[in-house]
Design a protein around this ligand. Structure first.
Ligand code: UD1
Ligand code: CA
Length: 477
């Protein structure tokens, strides 16, 4: 909660309407769980709400696939209210009546208006208090107002609103459609007591046959209550997501905003329009992101790193000065400063690379800890392994960690030299400073500083190949 916004526990409740099916999406997934910037629409709205009041005072109205929606955002700690039958936005708030009745004011948010900024909500809330209004509506004037409800003001310069009319219910009496450019964002603050007194008066007397929360504007005004509106500083913030195309457009807007924020903080992102950077990604200054990179989930990248083209990092944590060359795929991995990875490396979950580790092309790691300065530069599989520092893992080395039933662990000490094309059959341990001859199949532990060679001794027969060739030529005649 920001300093100026500290409010008494019972001063402000937030209701997020998230029960709708999202018919216009033609999707089995509930609308509010469609993602932008790598997380559900509803998660973005909750994040903005949490800056205003603690989660205990936030009530999400869920209905369509309620269990799925709850599960997706349960970790935030918000409260839930059930709207078993979705009879409109007014009905959604009726379902929340009990939850909000002890709060002086209620801020209503829409689960499908995800770009809303905390600062704008703070402005709306302050304006509502200053105006002593019963209802304060957040509005905007986007380039294309098609589909949104229109806000009718009492006069050209007036803060007061006479009604909100849904586009499909607009009639000639409301005036010229081109002149009605101010739209309803679906975000409002109400004086709770007044809201609850008038809520039961909503009727489904409209083209959709639903209880519209928007009708509260005219209802309250007719009862002599003050209804006002304030325009959002940027219309982009209030764009709704009703179709897949709109969701994809919001995703693009959000990602570009994320890229711009990172660049303002000193990160270089070449061709940002080609990169996919999720909303929660953190990057320190002087890091360079090349075109066509994907940084997903809660990835954190230090300073002076370079992430080269076509690499995909998901929930990874990188120190400083890490070089990720082209086309690496990295998931849930930690990489310490100075490490170099790729091209074409695959770091799977549980990989931990120490400082200055080098992992090269076609190396796959999983649940593997590699100590400082260790190198695995070519074509290796290192799984369920613990490797000390300064060790060299040759080309084609494999930890055979799976016997068809169990996974077993490989321990390799520090300053070990594992010769190329060796197979380490786990469970197995190789002591510090040991040397394993190339092409070995190692099935028994190797003590520190020992040489282990596990391959057939070479047999050389002088002249054998030449005499075979001669025999074959004679046979041919
Ligand atoms: C609504 C407003 C419209 C405004 C627009 C802004 C109404 C009648 N219209 O229209 O004036 O311009 O938002 O984006 O309110 N929901 C429920 N329960 C329901 C119905 C909806 O929880 O019974 C939720 C939906 O999940 C959604 C939100 O309320 O998150 C808005 O509903 P939606 O159907 O998208 O309203 P719009 O047609 O966009
Ligand atoms: Ca909507």
């Amino acid at each position: 909660m920001s300093k100026e916004m500290e409010v008494d526990a019972k001063e402000l409740a937030i209701v997020i309407m998230a029960a709708g099916k999202g018919t216009r999406l033609k999707s089995r997934r509930p609308k509010v769980l469609h993602e932008i910037g790598g997380k559900p629409l509803l998660a973005h709205v909750i994040a903005a709400a949490e800056h205003i009041v603690p989660a205990a005072h936030i009530f999400a109205v869920v209905g369509h696939q309620a269990e799925r929606v709850r599960a997706a955002v349960a970790a935030t700690g918000v409260q839930f209210v059930e709207q078993t039958e979705q009879r409109g936005t007014g009905h959604a708030i009726q379902c929340a009546a009990d939850a909000i009745k002890d709060y002086e004011n209620t801020l209503v948010l829409s689960g499908d208006v995800p770009l809303i900024q905390t600062e704008t909500l703070e402005k709306l809330w302050k304006f509502h208090q200053m105006q002593h209004a019963a209802m304060t509506i957040l509005t905007a004037a986007p380039e294309d107002p098609t589909g949104y409800g229109r806000v009718l003001r009492a006069g050209p310069e007036s803060a007061e609103v006479t009604a909100i009319v849904e586009q499909r219910d607009l009639k000639a009496e409301h005036g010229d459609l081109d002149g009605l450019r101010e739209i309803n964002s679906g975000i409002y603050v109400f004086r709770t007591k007044t809201l609850l007194e008038h809520l039961p008066r909503l009727t489904a007397n409209n083209s959709a046959g639903e209880l519209y929360l928007t009708d509260m504007a005219a209802l309250l005004r007719a009862s002599g209550e003050r209804v006002v509106a304030i325009e959002a500083p940027d219309a982009v913030e209030i764009l709704g997501a009703n179709t897949i195309a709109e969701i994809v457009a919001l995703d693009q807007t959000l990602r570009m905003a994320t890229a711009k924020r990172l660049m303002a903080e000193g990160v270089t992102i070449f061709r940002p329009e080609t990169c996919v950077i999720d909303a929660d990604v953190q990057i320190a200054p002087d890091t360079v992101i090349e075109p066509f990179v994907q940084l997903l989930g809660k990835t954190v990248i230090g300073s002076e790193c370079r992430i080269r083209s076509y690499s995909v990092l998901e929930n990874c944590v990188l120190g400083d000065a890490v070089l990720v060359r082209q086309s690496c795929v990295m998931v849930e991995s930690k990489v310490a400063s100075g490490a170099q990875i790729g091209p074409f490396s695959r770091l799977r979950e549980g990989t931990e690379l120490g400082e200055n580790v080098h992992v090269g092309n076609f190396v796959e790691t999983k649940n593997a800890v590699l100590g400082k300065g260790t190198k695995a530069n070519h074509l290796a599989y290192i799984g369920d392994a613990e490797v000390g520092g300064g060790t060299n893992i040759g080309a084609g080395v494999i930890t055979a960690n799976y016997d068809g039933v169990r996974k077993s662990k490989t321990k390799i000490g520090s300053k070990v030299f594992v010769g190329s094309d060796s197979i380490l059959v786990a469970p197995i341990s190789v002591g510090d400073g040991a040397l394993i001859g190339a092409g070995s199949t190692i099935t028994r532990d190797v003590p520190a500083d020992a040489l282990a060679v596990g391959r057939a001794r070479q047999v050389t027969k002088e002249g054998w190949a030449a005499s075979k060739r001669m025999r074959q030529e004679q046979e041919k005649g």
